[in-house]
Ligand binder design. Structure first.
Ligand SMILES: NC(=O)c1ccc[n+]([C@@H]2O[C@H](COP(=O)([O-])OP(=O)(O)OC[C@H]3O[C@@H](n4cnc5c(N)ncnc54)[C@H](OP(=O)(O)O)[C@@H]3O)[C@@H](O)[C@H]2O)c1
Length: 482
């Protein structure tokens, strides 16, 4: 298979927070993989910026170590790594100070695409945006990339949007939700909108319900301080799960263009019914082989949830009567992210020997192995009569498209290249983020006002018992995690 890649113009990409975890683990290894694949245009440069006083060689050495640690061995070629590191430069800048900006301005070229990656805490966005302007570093067409968390409620998200809007147009702002960079998430759009097979069935007449699960095996560990102020609802549902819900539920956009897609996603968020208390289950992991949630955070009486399950209604014609069940948590049975579309059973079975319940199911796996499978019912082979059996129609990219297709780019590398191409389709627009917070805020306020405690759950489980009951009471059950 020959892959076609949309070409990219040479660029200057400045990464603020160049010495941080995200830069080391995701951004630089991702850029290296694109370079290794020959997709970083000749003459492009990556400039690291952070407070740490060091020269470019010292930063390059740390990035060489990061590549060796985070990029697959099959892509370690000394000569390619050397050429990649030669594209890197570094400048020491304290975003809140006034040193280093002129050096950065002198480094930037006006004739290439300029992008600034804000891989620093959101508290620094204002100073960063203001100084990029004051020192005349950012050109009018430059792009800026911002990371989650984009606010912790509607007010703070609005304030962040206003801070950025003071210096940049919305067309220049790329808000990353790395779930949108996953191959299968984009494939969900291809499956829905490039086939006639699914779209006529994609509604409450044929779909019984949808489950969206993002389960992690790890606890909050070293991130306890940050996580405890946030919790699963703010940290995962408001952004990642909401985005997956939008892509599953949205109407077909008229074109595959940034605003056409984002308009449809926004309509889904605005159509969400307020959540009822009995449709929310919050949990907190107990101690198991490793410490409990309360051992991982400072507050011994913390009521922050490390797990949440929700029953959500999209109040429009297409989805009336089809619930979306969302769940996400830490220290769960396995690391799994998937969207499961459960179709309804056939209205009548003509097969006398058919005792089981038969319904098609489409599952879209985001991790660990990206792919899709569709469960269909067929006749069990053999002379034993018309016995029915459910089998998967597995859409493994590698089997269908050759081994190259299994080597899918990591979400970060795809998204960074989209920034350089100027394609905002897979990035959240400011009004989308605000609408998501507007739906989330009253839900969180509800349990804070009531002083609710999350329910304890066993580490390595599927969450608290009540999360199972949430579906049982509707005569449904969650798909096994893992
Ligand atoms: N790590 C992840 O997996 C992940 C995932 C999603 C979102 N994020 C978000 O991405 C951002 C960066 O995360 P991270 O994990 O890389 O954080 P981190 O490891 O704490 O790194 C923070 C970076 O910011 C720099 N920095 C801090 N204060 C600065 C200042 N005043 N001026 C200039 N640079 C400054 C630090 O470098 P110096 O100390 O050298 O200045 C460091 O390079 C955060 O907003 C985080 O929420 C991270």
């Amino acid at each position: 298979m020959v892959s076609r890649v949309i070409p990219v113009d040479p660029f200057d990409l400045v990464i603020f927070g160049a010495t941080g975890d995200l830069a080391r683990r995701k951004i630089l290894p991702g850029l290296y993989r694109r370079f290794w694949a020959g997709q970083m245009p000749e003459g492009s440069r990556i400039i690291g910026a952070a407070r740490t006083e060091q020269d470019a060689d010292a930063w390059r050495a740390s990035i060489r170590a990061a590549i060796e640690e985070f990029v697959a061995k099959s892509k370690h070629e000394a000569e390619v790594i050397d050429r990649f590191l030669a594209c890197l430069d570094y400048v020491a800048i304290d975003v809140r100070g006034d040193g280093g900006w002129e050096t950065l301005r002198d480094m930037m070229r006006q004739e290439v695409t300029q992008a600034f990656y804000f891989s620093v805490g959101p508290g620094l966005f204002g100073d960063l945006a203001e100084r990029l302007h004051r020192y005349k570093i950012a050109c009018e067409t430059c792009r800026i990339v911002v990371e989650k968390p984009f606010g912790r409620d509607l007010d703070s998200a609005k304030a962040l949007n206003a801070t950025l809007a003071a210096h940049f147009d919305e067309q220049q702002i790329y808000r990353i939700d790395h779930y949108l960079g996953k191959e299968t998430v984009q494939n969900l759009m291809a499956v829905r909108f490039a086939n006639v097979l699914f779209e006529p069935l994609w509604n409450s007449q044929f779909i019984d319900h949808v489950q969206i699960t993002v389960a992690e095996e790890v606890g909050v560990g070293g991130r306890g301080g940050y996580y405890d102020k946030s919790g699963a609802m703010r940290d995962m549902v408001q952004n990642h799960l909401m985005q997956l819900l939008c892509l599953t539920a949205m109407e077909p956009p008229s074109r595959f263009e940034p605003d056409a897609v984002r308009d449809e996603k926004l309509k889904v968020i605005r159509a969400l019914d307020p959540l009822e208390t009995h449709d929310i289950v919050r949990g907190q992991y107990r101690a198991g082989a490793e410490p409990s949630y309360l051992d991982d955070v400072e507050d011994p009486d913390s009521r922050t949830e490390s797990f949440i399950a929700l029953k959500v209604h999209v109040a429009n014609w297409r989805w009336n009567g089809t619930p979306f069940y969302l769940r996400t948590g830490k220290r769960m049975k396995a690391r799994t992210s998937e969207i499961v579309v459960q179709f309804k059973e056939p209205p009548h079975s003509i097969f006398e020997e058919d005792t089981g319940q038969r319904a098609n199911m489409l599952s879209i796996r985001l991790q660990p192995d990206e792919g899709m499978d569709l469960r269909v019912t067929i006749k069990e082979p053999g002379p034993g009569g018309m016995r029915l059996v459910d089998v998967p129609l597995d859409m493994s990219f590698a089997d269908a498209l050759g081994p190259e297709a299994a080597d899918v780019p990591d979400a970060y590398e795809r998204l960074i290249m989209d920034v350089i191409r100027g394609n905002q389709t897979l990035f959240m627009r400011g009004d989308e983020v605000e609408a998501a917070w507007a739906w989330t805020d009253p839900v969180v306020a509800g349990w804070v006002d009531r002083g609710d405690r999350p329910m304890p759950y066993e580490p390595g489980s599927a969450g608290p018992e009540d999360a199972l009951i949430l579906l049982h009471r509707d005569g449904r059950r969650w798909r096994e995690i893992g």
